[in-house]
Design a protein around this ligand. Structure first.
Ligand code: GLC
Length: 670
């Protein structure tokens, strides 16, 4: 019996190792046949047309081209005829690792059909600044949530013979002055907040990393020996590092610090690199290492056996992907407020007013910049509501004529106000308000019609001065092309909302973790990360500030009870067990979140997310949930010895439905 068990463990292990060593062997063999010129062709960009980044095919040695295309949430860069998915921050709001994998695989499938074999995503820069112009592309404010979700994303993409590219390494956490600012971060914060999601992507086998525009502690990211050294020697990247577009600033310094490929052109890694190699300033071994780091993932991820045949004009939309986009949007809508269980609406509401230009005239369903996906076939909130509520009289006012909008709301039985705020790469929002007098609109409508539901199409946190007037508030974040269908299914009650906040929604603009000019956007191009570990909810908790809606928050149409919470040692691990009982007559999902409070004397935040489990619980039933904390969960970064080290002592374990909705807790000694 034991032998059989051993074989069952060893065979897959040998197969995997064999697979890697096979790829390693092939990459080495190929490298040995390449001429200097052929190697140099691979470590530089060859323009931005038709693909946003390219290296040519090597016909002599049958090495495929690299066709790189944005972005983290679908085929971008002005390319038409692909699915306009919800954004990454939106899909992270599902807290569903299986859905994340499916989404990533579907996106990569479309990329592959368009001839892409390197997809420029995921983007895992921590949403440190609530105003961040690219927060919609990110995996939120917490390193554990981002880490848990980026692994399935990478595996999903690379399951389609497309190399993923985790970006932007590192500390590209603002867009203002992004090409020149220095992010000044201490080492412990780097390791405990900003590196983990990159580590998770590397652990998932990501083939490439993109170094960022900014400086880190005054040295450009793409020639930063410390961070690129950490990336390769401690985070153990086996793949290659490409620069962001135009983020290369030298030849010898960058090459020797660890940059492997200049994108999108050859200002530094073209002729200057040839000269540097001829002078011995960059060794041939280093050039071989650059090329090997590219050939290895190309072999492992199947690019040699699956050559790109499509082109960017191929229409990759499909009913299947449209369905998946709807499911992703349904699963990521977050019910923030629902007074007296006002939602879901039933058929008794015969007259429904849909208000606001964001409901139909101007859809904000995808963020801007290189990651913008063109929404071609869309379902607006108005379309979706009309299609769903067939027995109701659904009327629309875009709000330009405030009086008529108020009249419509007043004379209807319920008013659904849809509001929006977008953002884009290249700039941060200057405030957290809704633009274009939408707050005035919400105040007017919800004052006139107490049965008022506010739906947010937003790129992140917004302030809500009218919050007391709204009976229900739902955020769809950047919901993608099926926005209206997903919203209508939730409003009608066919879908029980299960999204949870991956970022904090603040009460007001001054109570945020980066509340000084020096922290953001910086003074004299120096952005000091003086909040250190206190990013997002960690700052609110530690400073005893109340957010408007907490990290991890999200209501359901069901109610869940946490019972039978137990902990038990399992070697060096700590096993947590809890039962989740659905008290309501409606099936639903609960996201069980595990927060850990460290011993006081190590200056960690009051609590931090260490794990989560999304469970489906049928009406009236109970589901058993288990999660194991490992020694790494009880460790902090030891700056002196440059390693994680376990902290022994008194811990608080809190398990609940959000960072502020703790249902069961206990103190334990580890
Ligand atoms: C951009 C972005 C990066 C993108 C690249 C190619 O400037 O920072 O995310 O992948 O250039 O478009």
């Amino acid at each position: 019996m034991k032998t059989l068990l051993l074989l069952l463990i060893l065979i897959p292990l040998i197969y995997t190792l064999n697979l890697n060593s096979d790829a390693e062997k092939k990459a080495r063999e190929l490298l040995s046949k390449m001429t200097l010129e052929e190697k140099l062709e691979m470590v530089k960009g060859h323009g931005t047309q038709p693909y946003v980044g390219m290296t040519p095919e090597n016909k002599r040695l049958n090495i495929p081209p690299l066709n790189m295309e944005d972005g983290p949430q679908g085929v971008a860069d002005g390319v038409h005829f692909s699915t306009c998915w919800p954004s990454a921050l939106t899909v992270v709001s599902t807290w569903d690792v299986n859905l994340m994998y499916k989404w990533a695989a579907a996106m990569a499938q479309e990329q592959f059909k368009k001839g892409t074999n390197v997809m420029l995503g995921p983007m895992v820069n921590i949403a440190r600044v609530p105003h961040g112009g690219r927060n919609f592309e990110s995996f939120g404010e917490d390193p554990v949530l981002a880490s848990a979700m980026v692994g399935p994303y990478v595996k999903g993409v690379q399951s389609q013979n497309v190399i993923a590219n985790v970006k932007h390494f590192v500390n590209n956490n603002q867009e203002i002055d992004r090409n020149t600012v220095s992010a000044n971060v201490d080492d412990r914060t780097q390791w405990e907040v900003y590196y983990p999601a990159f580590q998770a992507a590397i652990d998932a086998g990501v083939g490439s990393v993109m170094c960022s525009y900014n400086k880190i502690n005054t040295t450009w990211a793409c020639e930063n020996e410390k961070t690129l050294g950490d990336l390769k020697n401690k985070l153990n990247l086996r793949g290659w590092v490409m620069s962001d577009w135009g983020a290369t600033h030298s030849t010898v310094k960058a090459a020797n610090a660890g940059l492997d490929q200049e994108m999108p052109d050859d200002k530094y890694f073209g002729k200057p690199l040839v000269e540097a190699i001829n002078k011995g300033e960059v060794t041939k071994e280093r050039l071989d290492d650059m090329v090997y780091r590219m050939l290895l993932p190309m072999q492992e991820i199947g690019l040699f056996d699956n050559r790109p045949t499509g082109n960017l004009s191929v229409d990759t939309r499909s009913q299947e992907h449209s369905e998946l986009a709807r499911i992703l949007s349904e699963s990521s809508h977050i019910l923030l407020k629902n007074d007296n269980r006002f939602l879901p609406l039933n058929d008794s509401y015969q007259s429904i007013a849909v208000i606001g230009y964001a409901a139909h005239d101007k859809l904000t369903i995808a963020g801007g910049g290189s990651g913008h996906v063109i929404p071609e076939s869309t379902v607006s909130p108005l379309d979706g509501i009309k299609k769903k509520f067939t027995s109701s009289n659904v009327q629309y006012a875009n709000g330009n004529d405030l009086q008529s909008a108020v009249y419509l709301a007043k004379t209807s039985q319920v008013a659904i106000v849809v509001v929006e705020v977008g953002s884009s790469e290249g700039d941060d929002r200057r405030d957290l308000k809704l633009p274009n007098n939408q707050d005035t609109l919400v105040f007017a409508i919800c004052s006139a019609q107490p049965n008022c539901v506010v739906v947010l199409h937003v790129v992140g946190s917004v302030v809500m001065p009218w919050i007391k007037l709204a009976k229900s508030v739902i955020t769809a974040t950047m919901p993608g092309q099926q926005a209206g269908e997903a919203l209508a299914n939730i409003l009608y009650g066919d879908v029980n909302p299960s999204g949870r906040l991956p970022i904090t929604y603040t009460q007001n603009e001054k109570d945020i973790p980066v509340n000084s000019q020096k922290q953001w956007p910086g003074v004299d191009l120096q952005s000091d990360y003086s909040e250190q570990l206190l990013v997002g909810y960690r700052w609110y908790d530690t400073n005893k500030k109340d957010p408007l809606f907490a990290f991890g928050h999200g209501l359901s149409y069901s109610d869940f009870q946490y019972i039978n919470f137990k902990t038990e040692r399992n070697g060096d691990n700590l096993k947590l067990k809890v039962d989740i009982k659905n008290l309501s007559p409606r099936d639903g999902h609960e996201v069980v979140q595990i927060y850990l409070g460290f011993p006081k004397d190590v200056n960690e935040p009051v609590q931090q997310l260490k794990g989560f489990v999304k469970v489906f619980v049928k009406a009236g039933e109970t589901v058993h949930v288990e999660h194991e904390l490992t020694p790494r969960d009880f460790s902090i970064w030891d700056v002196v010895n440059q390693k994680y080290s376990v902290v022994l002592g008194q811990y608080n374990i809190r398990i609940g439905s959000s960072s502020r909705d703790v249902r069961v807790a206990k103190a334990i000694k580890y």
